[in-house]
Design a protein around this ligand. Structure first.
Ligand SMILES: NC(=O)c1ccc[n+]([C@@H]2O[C@H](COP(=O)([O-])OP(=O)(O)OC[C@H]3O[C@@H](n4cnc5c(N)ncnc54)[C@H](O)[C@@H]3O)[C@@H](O)[C@H]2O)c1
Length: 340
């Protein structure tokens, strides 16, 4: 692409959408945030004011007429991803789509097919792949410093209670999708292999209000997995833990182990006469922990458009994670090991 600046339209000005929008508005070289699309007037107007962007659409399809827009960033509830990504691709626009890629394998395959047919980029929002710590760990593992990878263990535990729409697993795919998609992608990345079997157990420990209407809902989940290359994997996920945003990963090899992530917000520990055990603040949110990773992810998306290269995280990566989410939910429901 020979244009000086690549025009971006945000679809979905919610929590994660605003992170991308701020990046494209201020911090991604070569990007021009042209417009915002969101049917919720309040969200649209607040985003327009905060970002100083005048062009707003209540229906994202109106943006297809705008010749200044080259790419869309799709940050809407997951159930809408397939429809919106398909429409953007058919309009000949590049797409950065948040995780989880979609609800089902069939939806993901549709999205891959339509983007390939229209020769547009499709990148999926696994921003941990751009995080400095995760990247450094990958280099160490790939250098052979811990021998051969034997097991990858990854947890994501979020502080906030689930949104009401998440209680219906048939609509949300549950915490395995919303919370643990990142861990699933991390295990694929560090094992260099695909999931072969999963056994998952879920339970509702912190959401008593959901129990009567949504008996299948779980807010705590553990997964044990095997991989095609013989590696082992463990994931745990939780919502509503309150204490912190707790995302940590370990890669255990034949001769060593790499630990990624931290619970502590900063490296400073305060010890006083009153508090002899010392104290420090804990990481409060994914927004703060992965802020630099979102920026690098957005820069990478722009570079793949500008340089006409394959995105660093592809539709295939999104598809494989969705397959594992659904296998995990089947395992929880049917209380058995599921082979992928
Ligand atoms: N990468 C990450 O770590 C991360 C973090 C949070 C959320 N997400 C993902 O991002 C997506 C959005 O999550 P969120 O937490 O920002 O949700 P949110 O509820 O905060 O925001 C969603 C926004 O989408 C808008 N919307 C709904 N339908 C729309 C439509 N048809 N067209 C345009 N806008 C529409 C809503 O009005 C809302 O403003 C989900 O897929 C979620 O899993 C990813």
């Amino acid at each position: 692409m020979s244009k000086n600046r690549i025009g971006i339209c945000l679809i979905g000005a919610g929590r994660a959408g605003m992170i991308h929008a701020i990046n494209f508005r201020k911090n991604v070289p070569g990007a021009h945030l042209v417009a915002i699309a969101d049917p919720a007037r309040e969200a649209r107007e607040a985003a327009s004011a905060r970002l100083d962007v005048d062009i707003c659409y209540s229906d994202y399809r109106e943006a297809f007429e705008n010749k200044d827009i080259d790419a869309f960033v799709v940050v809407v509830p997951t159930g809408l991803h397939r429809r919106i990504v398909t429409d953007c691709a058919e309009a000949g626009k590049h797409i950065l789509c948040e995780k989880p890629m979609a609800m089902t394998e069939e939806e993901c395959l549709d999205m891959i097919a339509v983007t390939e047919k229209n020769k547009v980029k499709l990148q999926i929002g696994f921003m941990r792949r751009f995080d400095a710590g995760f990247r450094r760990a990958k280099e160490i593992v790939d250098s052979g410093a811990i021998g051969d990878v034997v097991m990858v263990r990854s947890n994501t535990r979020g502080p906030s209670i689930p949104q009401p729409w998440m209680y219906d697993i048939s609509k949300s795919n549950g915490p395995l999708a919303e919370v643990n998609s990142h861990d699933i992608d991390t295990l694929r990345w560090f094992t260099g292999s695909e999931f072969k079997t999963v056994y998952a157990v879920g339970g509702n420990y912190r959401s008593p209000d959901a129990k009567a209407d949504w008996p299948d809902f779980y807010d705590n989940v553990i997964v044990s997995a095997t991989f095609e290359n013989g590696c082992q994997g463990i994931i745990d996920g939780a919502q509503g833990v309150r204490y912190a945003y707790d995302a940590r990963t370990e890669v255990l090899g034949t001769t060593g182990c790499v630990y990624i992530g931290r619970l502590q917000e900063e490296s400073v520990v305060t010890c006083t006469a009153e508090k002899q055990s010392g104290s420090y603040d804990l990481v409060k949110s994914w927004r703060q922990l992965f802020e630099p990773a979102y920026l690098l992810e957005d820069i990478s998306f722009l570079n793949s458009i500008a340089g006409d290269t394959v995105p660093e995280v592809t539709g295939h990566d999104g598809l494989m994670a969705v397959k594992v989410v659904n296998a995990g939910n089947t395992s929880i429901r049917e209380k058995r090991i599921v082979t992928l």
